[in-house]
Structures are given as structure tokens and as C-alpha cells.
Design a protein around this ligand. Structure first.
Ligand code: LMR
Length: 339
């Protein structure tokens, strides 16, 4: 054995060290032994919801198409971040994808408040036409100066009121306390009927209802079912008075930091997941309503056309209060989507 004077290594050992060095450069360059990069997706709903299923599909597609390079960790039910901190966490890159409801971006843009205006959209087809049209697509960029990138809309559905007393007329809601998402438009909507709006995170709603700290809330059939609100609310008024949809967002820093080819693959995976989520949203809207009614825990309040018209008349003046903040052009485009 020949000992090298400088390194103190034998020749076979030197060869092995060299081979290991080359292998390590190769492994790093081609990400062979490196851990996949983790992408975190946090949301506040259960897994058996349109958003929950969409996030899981996104994980499946990304990991299938970028094996060993990226992994997606999905955190449902406010496990990682909740309503109060998910967007701040996104901007700190503590999470890379979130999909808050369109009512929860108020601190970052006022223009998305259009989606909260009561009795604006006739149905989900109109919502979809507006989102996919020019005005809706422009709104995806409404937070770009804040570092938030809108990647697409995801449906949940139209909202219904739930309560412990039947709400046929707006006067029936007078003096009652309703939980709302953090949106001034939603608060104004309840002010208009003489009720009290309490802004609270989604994760607290069940307990607030159960303990009777509040009297009611507004939500989709899917959320009312998956959160078991119907077990602690005896009445659901089928009002379809507003929409609860989402924007899937990431941060500018994360998005631009991705290599262009990976970004393209991830965006395609997201678009496909959103398409699946939208299909599930349409199905769940009917299925979850049926499950709630079949449970007999909650009774359905169906509004006559004349009763519904009273809600429209008392709530619609809210639009004018927010027209300057939202932009008349945006509201007009939303109204036009009804045709
Ligand atoms: C709510 O807070 O009621 C909803 O935004 C929850 C959700 O994400 O669907």
C-alpha cells in the first residue's frame, strides 16, 4: 500500500473519496438524493368539501408529474393556519398555497368585495361567467402590488341563512346575532335587516352556534353539512342570497422563484384540480342539502317569491355603499353576467 505524504490516504481510499465527491455533485445537480421540495397548501374546511378535495387532487397531480422533486403537504381544517393568519403566512412563505373565500381578501383589495354584494348573482352559472370573463380575470391580479398572485377561482356555492327561529321575512332576523366572514359588505348586509353581524373565523362558528353565543350564520350547503352546523341550528332558509367561492392564491416570491418549466406543470395541475373541485361543488350542493334535510335536525324554510323580494329590497341598497370601493365597472360586469 502506498501512503500519500500530503493527504495521508492510501491510493484505493483516495479513489473512493474522489468517486464519492463526483457522486455528490451529480446528486445535488440532478436532485438525485435530495429531499423533494415541500409545497404547503393550507385551508380551513374539511376534506370532504370542494376545496378539501381540490387540494388533495392537486397534491396527487403534482407528485405524479414531478416525482421526487416536489411534494405537496395539505393541511385542512385550520390545522396549520386559520382565517386570521393564512394570508400573512403566505406572504412570509410559511405556506405556499391558500384558497380563502373571496370575502376574506378585504385587507388586500376592496375590489373583490363585489362577490359579497347580496342578490347580485342569479345562480352559479352567472358567477362562473363573471369569473371567467374579462372583469373576473382582471380581478385575479387585483392583489399583485401586495405580492399575492391569483391563480384561479374555485366554486363552493350559493349561501343560505341558518338560525334557530324561522326566517321568512327580513323582520324575523331583527336583533339576532349572525356570524359573518371578515367582510364589511357582509356586515352591512346584516345591518340592513337590523341584525348584528359578528366577524369570526370559520373554525369558531360551530362552538359559537352550539353555545348560543350567536343565533345564526350564512353558508353553503357543503359547509353547513361538513361543519355540522345543521346539528345546532333548527332552521335553514333557502335564500341563495350570495355566493361563497374561493380564489386560489400563492405569493409572488414563491411563484416567480419556481423554474419556468416546473411552474407550468404546477399551474396545469392546479387548473385540473380546480376543474374537479368545481364538479364536486355542483354535486355537493345538492347532495349535502339532501343529507341535511334527511337528518331532520334542521327544517327547510322556503321563501315565496314575495317573501324573497322583501329580502332583496332591504339588502340591495348595500350595493350603493360599496360602489366607489369596488368600482361601478366591476359591479356592472357582474350584473351583465346574469344574462
Ligand atoms: C367561511 O368562513 O364560512 C368560509 O369561508 C369557509 C370556507 O373556506 O369555505
Amino acid at each position: 500500500m502506498i501512503l500519500n505524504q500530503q493527504t495521508g490516504l492510501t491510493r484505493p481510499l483516495k479513489t473512493l473519496v474522489k468517486m464519492l465527491a463526483v457522486a455528490s455533485v451529480f446528486a445535488t445537480s440532478f436532485n438525485v438524493f435530495a429531499e423533494p421540495i415541500e409545497i404547503k397548501f393550507s385551508h380551513v374546511v374539511a376534506e370532504n368539501t370542494p376545496k378539501g378535495q381540490m387540494a388533495l387532487k392537486f397534491k396527487e397531480l403534482v407528485e405524479q408529474r414531478l416525482p421526487g422533486e416536489y411534494k405537496v403537504s395539505v393541511f385542512p381544517s385550520s390545522q396549520l393556519f386559520g382565517d386570521n393568519n393564512e394570508l400573512a403566512a403566505l406572504l412570509l412563505n410559511d405556506v405556499q398555497f391558500v384558497a380563502p373565500s373571496l370575502s376574506k381578501f378585504e385587507r388586500y383589495t376592496k375590489r373583490l368585495q363585489v362577490f359579497d354584494l347580496p342578490f347580485l348573482f342569479n345562480d352559479m352559472d352567472a358567477v362562473n361567467r363573471f369569473q371567467q370573463g374579462e372583469a373576473g380575470q382582471t380581478l385575479l391580479n387585483s392583489m399583485s402590488r401586495k405580492g399575492i398572485v391569483g391563480l384561479g377561482y374555485l366554486h363552493n356555492g350559493m349561501k343560505q341563512f341558518s338560525s334557530n327561529t324561522p326566517l321568512n321575512n327580513p323582520a324575523d332576523a331583527k336583533g339576532l346575532k349572525f356570524r359573518v366572514m371578515a367582510s364589511d359588505v357582509l356586515a352591512a348586509q346584516f345591518d340592513a335587516i337590523g341584525a348584528m353581524a359578528i366577524k369570526k373565523p370559520f373554525s369558531e362558528v360551530f362552538t359559537l352556534l352550539q353555545t348560543r353565543a350567536i343565533d345564526g350564520q350564512e353558508n353553503t350547503w357543503s359547509n353547513t353539512y361538513s361543519q355540522k352546523f345543521y346539528e345546532v341550528q333548527s332552521q335553514i332558509t333557502e335564500s341563495n342570497h350570495g355566493v361563497l367561492d374561493y380564489m386560489v392564491v400563492t405569493s409572488d416570491t414563491f411563484w416567480k422563484g419556481l423554474p419556468a418549466d416546473k411552474r407550468k406543470i404546477i399551474k396545469e395541475a392546479l387548473d385540473e384540480s380546480i376543474a374537479l373541485g368545481n364538479k364536486i361543488a355542483a354535486e355537493k350542493d345538492n347532495e349535502d342539502k339532501k343529507l341535511i334535510l334527511d337528518s331532520k335536525r334542521s327544517q327547510l324554510v322556503t321563501l315565496s317569491p314575495a317573501e324573497r323580494q322583501k329580502w332583496v329590497e332591504v339588502m340591495k341598497p348595500v350595493w350603493a355603499k360599496f360602489e366607489d370601493q369596488i368600482g361601478k365597472d366591476v359591479i356592472d360586469a357582474a350584473v351583465a353576467a346574469n344574462k
